[in-house]
Design a protein around this ligand. Structure first.
Ligand SMILES: [Mg+2]
Length: 390
């Protein structure tokens, strides 16, 4: 027996009513045959059958408010893929950036998703974790594509069930950490300016990996009493990491994110032993198997949904990390409210959050969670809470 939510029931009732109300106009044109025509029309109302999911792929260009630089490059415009799953007039949305560093482009994400279109459009939404498992053999080679589809499935499923995703997962919003605000690499005075443009955050994440790392932090320390966290995006050597950790601790830094190359697993033993600050894995922790690999070599893991293949595996990774006693964090790319709102659903499972993608872009394409001086505010909408602006 099919079960429907109140919203589905109302949607079906309204569309049925709309179809019936069209009948008189058609009948008048039909003249003498109107009685037979009306009878046949009503018997074939399309709304008597629920629709399967429909998959749509769209592409947007997100512009950053200012050039955003990390140790391996600068972003001014970020291409991003939006996946829409629609069923019975209800739409769920997911997002993944074009990100060649991880081997995922708009083109190959599109190809990966086209390869599962038949499967997706042959069924109705159900438990997204089940859909993820079914499609994993075809999508595991493109985790960014897998993520965008998984986010859309959770958003749609939550909207169909009339619940936000965090609630469907049995979580509460009582003890959520704040999001940091990230200061990209620039001349020192520009980095200080950027911090001052976004006052009131309890914690700022600073991108380092320059010849002037300590001078940057000394200048920023003069501008705020907030906590700092550092992300060197693999730019430091093991010796540099250990040496800088002591000076940075004295400057009020709470941890170092991915200071060294992700291949440097052996060196991490020494670093984790001798660093004055905890070290969090980012580039070293991509997919579910990496959590076990990081256990003992890092103090925590930064999970990013596009890297691991979506909300389904991302939640499992965070739960695994917590069981192991690792600190938990999520990060983001240069994403719109679509991707950030999906990532925010795991906030209650975190020690640290870096969800500031929506604060860095100038032309958001949707609404969802918002961030007020670090506090993450959830919208009233169900699912991941996303509504597209256009
Ligand atoms: Mg990072």
């Amino acid at each position: 027996m099919s079960r429907f939510t109140r919203r589905q029931f109302l949607a079906r009732s309204l569309s049925t009513a709309a179809a019936i109300s069209l009948a008189p106009g058609v009948e008048a044109a039909a003249g003498q045959k109107r009685h037979r025509f009306r009878k046949r029309k009503i018997n074939t109302l399309p709304t008597s059958r629920p629709q399967n999911m429909k998959l749509t792929l769209s592409h947007f260009e997100l512009k950053t408010k200012r050039p955003f630089t990390i140790s391996r490059g600068t972003t001014v415009v970020q291409s991003t893929l939006i996946v829409t799953l629609e069923q019975d007039g209800i739409r769920g949305y997911g997002e993944s950036n074009n990100y060649p560093f991880y081997g995922c482009t708009l083109e190959n994400m599109g190809q990966a998703l086209e390869s599962v279109r038949g499967h997706v459009e042959s069924r109705r939404i159900g438990d997204p974790a089940e859909l993820w498992r079914e499609l994993d053999p075809k999508l595991s080679g493109n985790r960014f594509a897998q993520n965008a589809l998984d986010q859309a499935a959770w958003d749609l499923w939550g909207k169909v069930c009339g619940q936000p995703v965090w609630k469907m997962w049995g979580l509460t919003l009582d003890n959520c950490p704040p999001s940091d605000y990230t200061i990209g690499i620039d001349p020192i005075e520009t980095m200080v300016e950027k911090l001052k443009e976004m006052p009131g955050f309890p914690v700022y994440k600073v991108k380092l990996g320059t010849k002037h790392d300590l001078e940057i932090m000394q200048a920023l320390r003069k501008a705020t009493d907030a906590v700092f966290r550092i992300d060197a995006n693999q730019a430091w050597s093991p010796e540099e990491t250990i040496e800088k950790s002591h000076a940075l601790k004295a400057l009020g830094v709470e941890f170092l994110e991915q200071p060294m190359l992700r291949e440097k697993w052996k060196d991490m033993e020494k670093v984790v032993r001798e660093s004055a600050l905890p070290v969090i894995a980012d580039e070293s922790c991509e997919t579910e198997d990496d959590v076990a690999r990081c256990d003992g070599l890092f103090h925590g893991v930064n999970v990013k949904l596009p890297k691991c293949g979506g909300m389904t595996p991302g939640k499992r990774m965070l739960e695994d990390a917590r069981r192991r006693g690792l600190k938990t964090m999520v990060g983001c790319f240069t994403e719109s409210s679509v991707g950030i709102s999906a990532t925010a659903q795991v906030l209650p499972l975190l020690d640290y959050a870096d969800l500031d993608g929506i604060l860095i872009i100038a032309n958001d394409i949707a609404t969802g969670v918002t961030i007020d001086r670090g506090r993450v505010i959830f919208p009233k909408e169900n699912g991941t809470g996303v509504k597209m602006l256009k």
